[in-house]
Design a protein around this ligand. Structure first.
Ligand code: GRF
Length: 225
C-alpha cells in the first residue's frame, strides 16, 4: 500500500495533529504525516511533532503581513519540498486564498468544532450554549473557498448538558474530534471519498445506525387521575 503524504497545518496547540500522528503510527493507516507546517514559530504542536520524529516547518504569516500571496507561495514551496499530496488543516488560523484552495481542491480537509452548517467561524461552543441547542459536535469537511463550507465528510455529535460550561463542552467535543479526524483523513487517503454535486459520498465506510437524542425521549410517566 502506498501511503498518501499528508501535511498537517497548525497554528497552536496541535491536539488534532497529534491524533493524526498517532493514527499514522499504524503502518496500515493509508496516510503518513510527512510534514507539520505552522504559520507560527511558537505553536506548541511543533515540539510534539518533532518529538515524534515528524518533519516540521514554519512559514511565519506575520512576516508576510498584507501579502497573502507571498505567504502561500512560501507554504507551497514547503509542501512541494516534502512531496505533499494531501493537506489536513488542524487548527490552522489563516484564511487561504481562492487560488490556494482551488489548487488543493479535493485534497484538503478541515476539522471544525460544530455541526456545520451551524456555527461556522469562531467561538462555536459559546455560541452553541447561547443558542440553547441540545446537540453540538464537530465536522470534517473538504475545504472550498467559503470559510467552514465545503462537502461534509463526517460529523460527531455530543449532548449539551444542563449545567455545561464552555470549557466542559469544548472538551467533550475535542474528544470526538480526536476520533473523527483520523478516521476521515483515512477515508480520503484511501480513495473512499468522491464529490457529487457538491456533496461528499463515501464508499466502504460503515454508517451509524439508530439515533442520538438529547434529552432522551423516554416515555412520559402516565399521570393517574
Ligand atoms: C479544534 O477545536 C479544531 O476543531 C479547530 O481548532 C481547534 C484546534 O485545536 N479547527 P488543536 O490545535 O487541534 O488542539
Amino acid at each position: 500500500m502506498t501511503r498518501r503524504r499528508v501535511a498537517a497545518l497548525i497554528s497552536g496547540r496541535g491536539s488534532n495533529m497529534a491524533a493524526l500522528l498517532a493514527a499514522a503510527e499504524n503502518p496500515d493507516y493509508p496516510a503518513e504525516i510527512a510534514l507539520v507546517l505552522s504559520n507560527r514559530a511558537d505553536a506548541a504542536g511543533l515540539a510534539h511533532a518533532a518529538s515524534r520524529g515528524v518533519r516540521t516547518a514554519v512559514v511565519e504569516s506575520r512576516a508576510f503581513r498584507g501579502d497573502r500571496a507571498g505567504f502561500e507561495v512560501a507554504m507551497e514551496a514547503e509542501l512541494a519540498r516534502h512531496g505533499i499530496e494531501v493537506i489536513a488543516l488542524a487548527g490552522f488560523m489563516r484564511v487561504l486564498t481562492e487560488g490556494f484552495v482551488a489548487r488543493w481542491e479535493g485534497r484538503m480537509i478541515n476539522i471544525h468544532p460544530s455541526l456545520l452548517p451551524a456555527f461556522p467561524g469562531l467561538d462555536t461552543h459559546a455560541r452553541a450554549l447561547a443558542a440553547g441547542v441540545r446537540l453540538h459536535g464537530c465536522t470534517v469537511h473538504l475545504v472550498t473557498a467559503g470559510v467552514d463550507e465545503g462537502p461534509v465528510l463526517a460529523q460527531a455529535a455530543v449532548p449539551v448538558l444542563e449545567d455545561d460550561t464552555e470549557a466542559a463542552l469544548a472538551a467533550r467535543v475535542l474528544t470526538e474530534e480526536h476520533r473523527l479526524y483520523p478516521a476521515a483523513l483515512g477515508w480520503l487517503a484511501a480513495g473512499q471519498v468522491r464529490v457529487e454535486q457538491g456533496r461528499a459520498r463515501l464508499s466502504g465506510v460503515a454508517m451509524a445506525k439508530g439515533c442520538l437524542a438529547n434529552p432522551l425521549p423516554s416515555a412520559p410517566a402516565l399521570s393517574t387521575p
